[in-house]
Design a protein around this ligand. Structure first.
Ligand SMILES: O=C(O)CCC(=O)C(=O)O
Ligand SMILES: [Fe+2]
Length: 274
């Protein structure tokens, strides 16, 4: 795993709001990740969360148009909670160190992991922001997105709007089935050309959850598998929004409470550990 970031890479992330890390996993590690994700996804039998019966693609509070969203990707959340091998991979301190460095935080917690699998002929992923959906407010929250297959312009690569993380807001703009809906909120970005993240299997990208991003449709008969994890800086507090928390825990929280429950948001790295 190539986890030591150079000053150039860190600077590029800070400036653009995303970073591509080529050859992140070596061939053996890639095989391990593929096997672990395939197995963990299969064992969940389509259940989106470990704690409920909702299936990936079914309508919920965020995804109202099930016919469309059901064919954007297979989205299975918090594999670390239902699979020991995924827990080992997601708790890797080296991932935590990267996320801590990029977010300039003291330590990092898992917000949630998720597999995002675009099946053959999947719909595109509309332009959106991540952080406004989450149950804490942070301009530094971010995700890693690990390519488990070669990701091309044809099969649904990500696109990023360079520098947009400096200008977007935490208020919830929603995600619709209209590719460019969010540009009504951020018209300046409807004029900017995005960067396409064409990467090999085993490479990864990081993006700030406030950097505008999207993915193309899968115009191939093959799958586009990605394993991702969203990270919350240690010390973040509850903002009252529901997202992926089990209802019982959600209902026990008051706005302003520290999100430090190790069973839900484990600390995977802290600078004091070094
Ligand atoms: O993989 C995709 O299609 C979208 C990924 C995404 O939006 C994310 O990882 O935040
Ligand atoms: Fe996203």
């Amino acid at each position: 795993m190539r986890y030591k970031l150079t000053d150039n890479e860190i600077g590029s992330y800070r400036k653009n709001g995303f970073l591509i890390v080529d050859d992140f996993l070596d061939a053996n590690e890639l095989q391990t990740w593929r096997d672990a994700v395939d197995n963990a996804v299969e064992n969940r039998k389509g259940r989106k969360f470990p704690h409920s019966e909702l299936k990936s693609g079914e309508a919920d509070g965020i995804n109202k148009d099930a016919a469309y969203f059901g064919n954007v990707f297979v989205q299975i959340i918090n594999l670390w909670q239902s699979d020991e091998k995924m827990k080992e991979l997601m708790f890797d301190k080296r991932l935590g160190e990267m996320a801590t460095t990029l977010s300039q935080s003291e330590g990092i917690r898992i917000w949630h992991d998720q597999s995002l699998i675009k099946q053959p002929w999947a719909n595109p992923t509309s332009w959106h922001l991540d952080t406004p959906f989450w149950s804490f407010d942070s301009r530094e929250a971010l995700s890693i997105w690990v390519a488990l297959d070669d990701v091309t312009l044809q099969n649904g690569c990500l696109y990023f709007m360079d520098g947009s993380h400096e200008h977007t807001e935490l208020k919830e703009p929603g995600i619709g089935s209209n590719m460019g809906e969010i540009f009504k909120e951020y018209p300046a970005y409807s004029k900017q050309s995005p960067t396409a993240s064409v990467i090999k299997a085993g490479s990864c990208s990081f993006h700030n959850g406030l950097c505008l991003h999207a993915a193309g449709p899968n115009m191939t008969p093959g799958v586009r598998r990605a394993m991702t994890c969203a990270y919350m800086p240690d010390g973040s507090v509850f903002n009252g929004k529901q997202n992926v928390l089990p209802d019982e825990y959600f209902n026990s929280l008051k706005v302003g409470d520290l999100l430090n429950n190790e069973d839900q948001n484990p600390l995977i790295y802290h600078k004091s550990w070094d």
